[in-house]
Design a protein around this ligand. Structure first.
Ligand code: BG6
Length: 465
């Protein structure tokens, strides 16, 4: 890069959260059950029940967002607060709750970026007809989305349809498939994946025809995969991992095309979904306006012979769907977090470059963050120097991408306050504002800005890193 360009004036400096990780109040205000209440581990479910009390403390949180100078806040709507059963009569208390949140954000001049569905799928739809596994799910999602657009459409410019569909597809329990692993349920997973893509295309169509001036896109979990060595086998393994875990989805969502290698993979695992041919034309004609990118780390990949030994990490048996294709290996060049996730800011720049090269769509970093175990003390702010370094380096990587001409219009830290981590409850904190609860001790759930909060405030003020 010859010269680093400044961030655009209207760059959306933001932060993110999701309903099931933040709100709590899981049975208050008429809310119905979601798959989360039934399918995560007991410790997580207990933690998710109360979340970090955003449902009651949103006013305080938005006050802190204003103090930080945020230009955008990405949050998700809990489908079962709006329709407790997933369909049917809307729940007025739930509808009013999100009006309050959006109105307070607007009053604080913070752009709401609203995710329609972030993992917490209505349990009732799973019980009734298998949820995303059935084609009936498409209409129910579109009905829900249409309700949101009619209700909040004049106040919300940016919509995200589905968060991390590429991850949902790998986590059977988040689809309500219980007692089966990913490899045992691949056929169902990719049927669900197809339905989610058609449902999203219908929402893109709805927005483009009925709500002009509104923009919509998916948020994908995305990362770069490096070959472990210079060998052609490892290079192909890295390509394969990227294709089979993330690129297949954008290719389908943006171009209405199942990549042939991905198709070959699904067919060889007896996992090719059923659908009418017309779906692909429809998807192709209705593509997103932007891509939301959730980026945390990169991975390094080696070829995995079909009859090979166990992978290098953990000595766990390599699942059948990876055999003959790839295995993830440790990258000794890169530091990691306590959870072994690599810290790789350049990987974010590379991801943005690759995505733009493939899809030519504007992008927003919808999630990026650093997790650590932290002790919350009421008297002194948490000195989260490592988080500050992580965020600063990743923001710099976004700036480098922008300097190269890649259109990135915002960046959202995961997360604003600490929220319940998807895999590790309250042990794994990401926030720039601490919440003083632990997994089993709710305490008062006070908000305590960390050092990174003040650092981000200064950065936003300067509009530069
Ligand atoms: C993303 C999700 O996968 O990563 C978030 O969209 C999640 O919901 C985040 O919390 C971090 O993952 P984890 O498991 O460390 O909380």
């Amino acid at each position: 890069i010859r010269q680093i360009a400044p961030f655009p004036q209207d760059f959306l400096w933001g932060a993110s959260s999701s309903s099931f990780q933040a709100e709590g109040a899981w049975h208050e205000g008429g809310k119905g059950d979601s798959v989360i209440s039934h399918t995560e581990t007991e410790a997580q479910t207990t933690a998710f029940d109360e979340g970090v009390d955003f449902y009651h403390q949103y006013h305080t949180d938005i006050g802190l967002m204003k103090e930080a100078g945020l230009k955008a806040f990405r949050f998700s709507i809990a489908w079962t607060r709006i329709f407790p059963q997933g369909v049917g009569k809307p729940n007025p208390e739930g509808v009013a709750f999100y009006h309050h949140v959006i109105d307070e954000l607007s009053a604080a001049s913070i752009e709401p970026i609203v995710t329609m569905y972030h993992f917490d799928y209505p349990q009732h739809l799973v019980d009734k007809y298998g949820g995303w596994l059935s084609r009936r799910s498409i209409n129910d999602f579109v009905t829900y989305a249409k309700f949101l657009l009619d209700e909040y459409g004049d106040k919300v410019h940016y919509w995200i349809t589905i968060n991390e569909q590429d991850h949902i597809t790998k986590m059977p329990y988040r689809l309500g498939i219980l007692g089966k692993t990913y490899s045992e349920s691949m056929r169902e997973e990719y049927q669900a994946n197809h339905h989610m893509v058609v449902a999203s295309a219908k929402v893109f169509n709805l927005i483009h025809t009925k709500y002009p001036g509104t923009e919509v896109g998916p948020a994908l979990s995305y990362q770069v995969y490096y070959p472990a060595t210079h060998s052609p086998e490892d290079t192909e393994a890295a390509m394969d991992l990227s294709l089979l875990t993330q690129d297949y989805l954008l290719e389908l969502q943006c171009s209405g095309r199942y990549d042939p290698v991905f198709r070959h993979y699904l067919e060889s695992h007896n996992a090719w979904p059923d659908f009418p041919d017309s779906d692909l034309d429809y998807i192709k004609a209705n593509s997103p306006d932007f891509i939301g990118v959730n980026y945390y780390s990169s991975d390094t990949v080696a070829y995995m012979p079909a009859n090979g030994d166990d992978g290098e990490i953990g000595g766990k048996p390599v699942p059948s769907y990876e055999r003959g294709i790839y295995q993830k290996v440790r990258n000794k060049e890169l530091p990691t977090t306590q959870w072994g996730w690599t810290i790789d800011p350049r990987g974010l720049k590379l991801s943005l470059r690759k995505l733009y090269y493939e899809y030519h769509l504007p992008m927003i970093v919808t999630e990026n963050g650093f997790s650590e175990e932290e002790e919350v003390s009421p008297n002194k702010p948490i000195d989260d120097t490592k988080r500050i370094a992580y965020l600063g380096d990743h923001i710099r990587a976004v700036q480098e991408a922008i300097s190269l001409g890649i259109p990135v219009f915002g960046y959202c830290i995961w997360s604003f306050t600490d929220v319940i981590s998807g895999h590790s409850g309250m042990n794994k904190r990401y926030g720039i504002v601490a919440v003083n609860r632990t997994n089993f001790d709710l305490k008062a759930m006070n908000r305590l800005p960390k050092k990174s909060f003040y650092w981000y405030q200064q950065l936003i003020k300067k509009g530069a890193y």
